[in-house]
Write a protein that binds this ligand. Structure first.
Ligand code: GDP
Ligand code: MG
Length: 205
């Protein structure tokens, strides 16, 4: 029982400040939001990602992921009563997904990124919640993407670029585990106790 609780308390997720976040000077603000939530940052660095790293990071050979990437923007076109065929030359989700995947490589290698590992109770869901919806115009205020970014696939897809949404966060525990091993070695992961851990997570009275 206590082993399971310890495991839950130490769930790890992967997140990354994207080049627009770093170049807009939002690194501190984003890290602050993660830290004040009570989650613990256990690995952190600033690097320039290579094309190969981004191709490995996003599951680009996974047909379902590519299709979903294409689909994400299509409802925006519908909502604006725009015909995707007229603006993108196609309304095929796979074709659109492939084009977005290609533009993601350009975006993610356009400047420095800040990858990190974050630890704590339900860290995967917590960090997704802090990030907000993928599409900035749908992201709630109070989230990183909602508060600091403005973008829409109706514009980004036509301009053949990725949505600029500042921050990446793993969507599932499996995705987190895969991404953690991709960006960090075990030696880069820190073990320390944070002031307040006992008050937040334990019965001390
Ligand atoms: P995330 O997990 O919320 O980051 O969303 P995804 O994994 O579906 O997509 C990865 C990244 O691709 C997003 O964070 C955006 O930068 C970009 N992206 C997602 N959907 C679209 C889209 O419809 N159009 C464009 N241009 N970019 C998108
Ligand atoms: Mg994702």
């Amino acid at each position: 029982m206590s082993d399971i609780i310890t495991k839950i308390k130490k769930q790890r997720t992967f997140a990354m400040i994207k080049p627009d976040g770093v170049m807009r000077g939002l690194t501190g603000e984003i890290l602050r939001r993660i830290e004040v939530s009570g989650l613990k940052i256990v690995a952190l660095k600033m690097i320039r990602a290579t094309k190969e790293q981004i191709i490995a990071h996003y599951p680009m050979s996974d047909q379902a992921w590519v299709d979903r990437l294409g689909e994400k923007g299509l409802s925006t076109f519908e909502g604006l009563k725009l015909d995707p065929k007229q603006y993108l030359g196609t309304d095929d989700k796979t074709e659109i997904g492939r084009s977005v995947a290609q533009s993601l490589i350009d975006y993610m290698t356009s400047g420095p990124v800040v990858p990190m590992i974050i630890e704590g109770i339900q860290a995967v869901d917590m960090v997704r919640k802090l990030a907000g919806h993928t599409l900035p115009y749908k992201a709630e205020m109070g989230t990183i993407r909602g508060d600091f970014s403005v973008d829409s696939p109706a514009v980004a897809n036509v301009e053949r670029r990725a949505i600029h949404n500042l921050f990446h966060a793993s969507e599932t525990l499996e995705e987190a585990e895969r991404e953690i091993t991709l960006w960090f070695t075990p030696e880069e992961i820190m073990h320390y106790s944070r002031a307040g851990d006992d008050i937040m997570y334990s019965k001390t009275y």
